[in-house]
Design a protein around this ligand. Structure first.
Ligand code: F6P
Length: 344
């Protein structure tokens, strides 16, 4: 019987994390299970930085953005003696297992710990990028989409007033879920996503054609991870962050002057950045976070480890961590084709 679990949030934060933490604590208390919250993702597990979580200490957090536990991109598998320290932490704190709330990086570490080292873990999918397999939606995506859509709407009116091309860069490191959905919702005239390498000349031709039919402004939504088609354009190199990943952000600033030069249309650039990750979660993410927090705790209570809980349609379904992290969930071609119907 599971008596005590640990919970942590890892990777980039997003709206809806506190809803998961609250749900884990509430459900656990209904099973008389104790919950320990680790500070700052896997870092807190390695450093034994943890605090007991109770209904009282998690009160009033449902609508708050960020994560009350803090987060980090620490990888326990890569850290010196990391695996040993995770095992020790479970022993020292007398934990039967961990609920790990994370994206691809955090849950990949969870998979290795679980599969190769037998650490009992249940995963909960979060990332505004919505790129985890094994769930239709990840926590945070819906709120980020609302924020990006509002930005498209706001750019629309100023683009129209000034007869400008407006580029809006949104997050999406490997996939274009936010760009595609916000583009459809906001009526974008072109959408550039990593799944479909772009040819800037074609994009410019498209914009000129559009303006040739009497339109005086255009909106282009660009995922930060969009890439040019091979041999068409060289992007500047990105700096690497402390984890060796390209520090994305800025592709729109690079493309803006090129588009202005090639089309002759005045062009302005907006990079939405971390605004998409901040602030209060929308209703969907509060419900999703609460649902998956309860489901993860149920898995822990039944001793069903090595899985990630997610949504399949309207039902909760748990999939092996390997399935969730094996392959990124890209935007289906059919969905991008829907977006294309409205270009021009
Ligand atoms: O992984 C989610 C994400 O929002 C990506 O879209 C983005 O590239 C990255 O996080 C940026 O994260 P940070 O600035 O926190 O390193």
């Amino acid at each position: 019987m599971t008596a005590r679990i640990g919970v942590l949030t890892g990777g980039g934060d997003c709206p809806g994390l506190n809803a998961v933490i609250r749900a884990v604590v509430r459900r656990a208390e209904s099973y008389s299970m104790g919950v320990l919250g680790f500070r700052n993702g896997w870092r807190g597990v390695l450093d034994y930085a943890a605090e007991p979580l109770t209904q009282t200490s998690t009160r009033g957090i449902l609508h708050r953005g960020g994560t009350m536990l803090g987060t980090s991109r620490t990888d326990p598998v890569a850290a010196p003696d990391g695996v040993e320290r995770v095992r020790e932490a479970l022993e020292v704190h007398r934990l039967d297992g961990l609920v790990v709330i994370g994206g691809e990086g955090t849950l990949s570490a969870a998979r290795v710990l679980s599969e190769e080292h037998g650490v009992p873990i249940v995963g909960v999918p979060k990332t505004i990028d919505n790129d985890l397999s094994g769930t239709q939606f990840t926590i945070g995506f819906s709120t980020a989409l609302d924020i990006a859509t509002e930005a498209v709407d706001r750019l629309h009116s100023t683009a129209e007033s000034h007869n400008r091309v407006m580029l809006l860069e949104v997050m999406g490191r490997h996939v274009g879920w936010i760009a595609t959905y916000a583009g459809i919702a906001g009526g974008a005239d072109a959408i550039l996503v990593p799944e479909h390498p772009f040819d800037l000349d074609r994009v410019c031709r498209h914009l000129r054609r559009r303006h040739g039919t009497g339109r005086t402004f255009s909106i282009v939504v660009i995922a930060e991870g969009a890439v040019p088609a091979a041999g068409t354009l060289d992007l500047p190199e990105y700096d690497l962050d402390e984890f060796g990943r390209p520090r994305l952000g800025g592709i729109a600033a690079f493309l803006g002057p090129l588009i202005e030069e090639r089309t002759g249309f005045p062009t302005r650039v907006t990079i939405l950045g971390h605004v998409q990750r901040g602030g209060t979660p929308n209703a969907f993410d509060r419900v999703l976070g609460s649902t998956l927090g309860v489901a993860a705790t149920d898995c822990a209570q039944r001793g069903e480890w090595g899985r990630m809980v997610g949504m399949r349609g309207n039902a909760v379904a748990a999939v092996p961590l390997a399935r969730a992290t094996g392959e990124l969930k890209t935007v289906p071609a059919a969905m991008y084709e829907v977006a294309e119907v409205f270009f021009g």
